[in-house]
Design a protein around this ligand. Structure first.
Ligand SMILES: [Zn+2]
Length: 327
């Protein structure tokens, strides 16, 4: 039964180590609350509230964009399939993240499983970007090259590897937090850098020729946001400099979400510009070429999540091992 009594918030010393966030001192929801209380806590000001909403609301913006394209003129024609696959990935990752932030306090294991889904969805987004880049963004002189032929299969492999690495990083969180953070950052930065190779080449050519291509300018915008997103994720700024001052509003994870969503918005804008200008000159993608990589990665991602969740079940309940400071 839904209790309308809001969960009492805790300080950093009252929650297990796995729940603690660097530089955030207050506003923690109690560990082991019910699913209903988790939902209720989205309407209470905690240190997770804005993490939930900064991905929940934009997810519906991308759903709206996807439905609009799907039912718009030519929306279901073969040239649009990579765009639809990309838009689907743009809907999934903020929704998965929002759910992870909402339900993570249910238990220590639930927290891990929630973030396994979050990481798998984020990796799917990198594959969605690769599909759109392969179809609309590739430099014309690279179309049909060996690199172009291998680009999506390598992106599929990267997605599987990055999901596995990001999920594995959670097992290192308590004993080797630095290695955990570094491997998780690598899991998301590496596929992004690989996906962006065609884009970086276009930036290089554009800079060498001093071009004034508005599409390249749009790609610059989302690339700038991608680097900012990574910087914020890795550095934990601003709360690292002023612990306790950004517990509820303005801490790095919220800024990371906002920058990531703005980056995705500008990326979508740039892809749509490329699509309308260059689609006729680039080879069409078949439905199988668009859906098979997404289907493969979804299936492997779920298998990785199932495997990691099974490992959690074999391990003793983490909360028994975690030391509660101050208790
Ligand atoms: Zn998040």
């Amino acid at each position: 039964m839904l209790s309308l009594k809001l969960p009492r918030l805790l300080s950093i010393h009252q929650v297990p180590k796995g729940y603690q966030e660097q530089g955030i001192l207050c506003g923690y929801r109690p560990p082991r609350i019910s699913a209903a209380d988790c939902v209720l806590s989205a309407f209470q000001m905690t240190n997770e509230t804005l993490n939930i909403w900064t991905h929940f609301l934009p997810a519906w913006y991308f759903v709206w964009m996807l439905v609009g394209r799907l039912w718009g003129p030519g929306g279901r024609d073969p040239p649009a399939w990579p765009l639809l696959a990309y838009l689907l990935s743009c809907c999934i990752y903020p929704l998965a993240s929002s759910c992870a932030h909402t339900f993570s306090p249910m238990s220590a294991r639930a927290r891990h499983v929630c973030y396994f889904f979050d990481y798998a969805a984020l990796s799917m987004y990198s594959l969605g970007s690769a599909l759109a880049y392969s179809a609309y963004v590739f430099p014309e002189e690279w179309v049909g090259s060996i690199f172009h032929c291998c680009y999506v299969p390598v992106a599929v492999l990267n997605t599987v590897l990055s999901t596995s690495l990001a999920c594995y990083s959670r097992f290192l969180e308590l004993e080797r937090p630095w290695l955990s953070k570094a491997s998780r950052t690598l899991a998301f930065v590496y596929p992004y850098l690989f996906d962006s190779i065609p884009l970086f080449y276009r930036f290089y050519v554009c800079a060498a020729r001093s071009c004034a291509d508005p599409t390249v300018a749009a790609h610059y915008r989302h690339t700038a946001f991608a680097f900012l997103t990574c910087f914020i994720f890795a550095t934990h700024l601003p709360e690292r400099l002023a612990p306790g001052h950004f517990d509820y509003i303005g801490h790095s994870h919220q800024v990371f979400h906002v920058c990531g969503i703005l980056g995705t918005h500008f990326q979508l804008e740039a892809i749509l510009m490329d699509m309308s200008e260059r689609q006729a000159r680039l080879p069409a993608t078949s439905l199988l070429q668009a859906l098979a990589p997404m289907g493969t990665c979804m299936a492997v991602g779920l298998a990785v999540i199932a495997h990691c969740s099974a490992q959690l079940c074999r391990a003793p309940e983490p909360s028994h091992r975690e030391k509660l400071h101050g208790q």
